[in-house]
Write a new protein. Structure first.
Ligand SMILES: NC(=O)c1ccc[n+]([C@@H]2O[C@H](COP(=O)([O-])OP(=O)(O)OC[C@H]3O[C@@H](n4cnc5c(N)ncnc54)[C@H](O)[C@@H]3O)[C@@H](O)[C@H]2O)c1
Length: 342
């Protein structure tokens, strides 16, 4: 059986690959420090959870050996553009320096044939792209420390994979959204910053929703993003793993639907699905926030035979709402006042 080390597997994207990995015949082992993740999201799948920090190289070394890891899915990172402006040093330390440590340990563990590595990167590496939709060959000129810390990781992976001859794939998710309530996965952050959970909270609790900037050069002035269902992104990660295990060459893939929705369009959809109005306030545009990001995922469709199946916006919001309601019943995961939820 192929053993897959899933770093950051207690977080949103990482936990969403655990059930599909098992279903596809892989054996995941999660490595996470729980700084932003939740042990329940791992243990519910009967998957081993190693509690540890990426900077703990001796622990990484012993985990790689003890579990005889064949492949690594690297999700562990800090992933908040706004926060990265405040704490760039943390972003470079965890997303770049600690990622290098992980790669070095993976190479040292099996120098002749290091494990296959798939890293979860981000559309943030593209900054403000010259044209939409954004293909892999678009210039990578990030405009915030988060994107730059991810781009540095991409460069390191490209160089080390070539030098040490291991197969590697970079997956750039655009905006992960929605939930997989049947597999007990969805967004839950101690401090939520993502659009759809915040919009649902605003609709259910009557809290104002702040749109950060309404003067972008877009059709309604609010920023446009490509929201892809987390189940579709999970299946892309499995497809990339299958591809590398089958001998596919190292490469990169952009992952998205190719359709962008503005923040206002998402709010309208959340209002429709929740059946409640959202009070909107306009805040200042955030530093390093591109006006529009939409993926060209033709390469993933062609080489990975990947196709999003659940990424219709209304489906994303419905699943996110079910998850919000479901997680109230899971100790330690709830956020919304249960009274506000039907
Ligand atoms: N959510 C998105 O829309 C999105 C889009 C593009 C890319 N990504 C990428 O996907 C990955 C996961 O994002 P997410 O949204 O699931 O974030 P998340 O915060 O939910 O998950 C990150 C996980 O990594 C763990 N972690 C963080 N630092 C760690 C460290 N030093 N050592 C060990 N574990 C650590 C956290 O505890 C958490 O469980 C990130 O690499 C992010 O850049 C996410």
């Amino acid at each position: 059986m192929t053993i897959v080390l899933v770093t950051g597997g207690a977080g949103y994207l990482g936990s969403s690959v655990l059930a599909p990995l098992k279903l596809a015949g892989y054996q995941p082992v999660v490595f996470d420090n729980l700084s932003r993740g939740f042990s329940q999201l791992v243990l519910q799948h009967n998957v081993p959870l190693v509690l540890g920090d990426l900077s703990d190289r001796s622990l990484l070394r012993s985990v790689l050996k003890a579990y005889r890891v064949d492949a690594i899915l690297h999700f562990a990172a800090l992933a908040n553009m706004g926060e990265s402006n405040e704490q760039p040093n943390h972003y470079y330390r965890i997303n770049t320096v600690d990622a290098l440590g992980l790669l070095e340990e993976a190479i040292a563990y099996r120098p002749q044939s290091p494990p296959a590595v798939i890293v979860s990167s981000s559309c943030a590496v593209f900054g403000i792209p010259p044209a939409l939709p954004v293909a892999e060959l678009s210039t990578r000129t990030p405009i915030n420390p988060y994107g730059r810390s991810k781009l540095a990781m991409e460069w390191m992976l490209e160089d080390l994979a070539q030098r040490y001859r291991f197969p590697a794939v970079i997956l750039r998710s655009f905006n992960a959204a929605g939930a997989d309530p049947q597999n007990g996965c969805g967004e839950c952050r101690q401090h939520e910053t993502h659009l759809i959970p915040l919009a649902i909270e605003a609709a259910l609790e009557g809290k104002p929703f702040i749109i950060y900037g309404d003067h972008f050069e877009t059709r309604d002035g609010s920023a446009i993003r490509d929201f892809t269902h987390v189940r579709d992104l999970a299946s892309a990660h499995i497809a990339a793993l299958d591809y590398l295990i089958a001998g596919g060459a190292s490469t990169d893939f952009n992952l998205g639907t190719g359709v962008g929705y503005s923040v206002r369009e998402v709010l309208n959809c959340v209002e429709r699905v929740c059946g409640r109005p959202i009070i909107v306030k306009i805040g200042r545009r955030r530093l390093g926030d591109p006006p529009a990001l939409v993926a060209d995922a033709a390469k993933a469709r062609q080489l990975l035979h990947w196709q999003p199946h659940y990424s219709d916006l209304e489906r994303i919001v419905r699943d996110a709402l079910s998850w919000e309601q479901q997680r109230q019943r899971v100790p330690g995961l709830g956020r919304l006042a249960a009274a506000g939820v039907q």
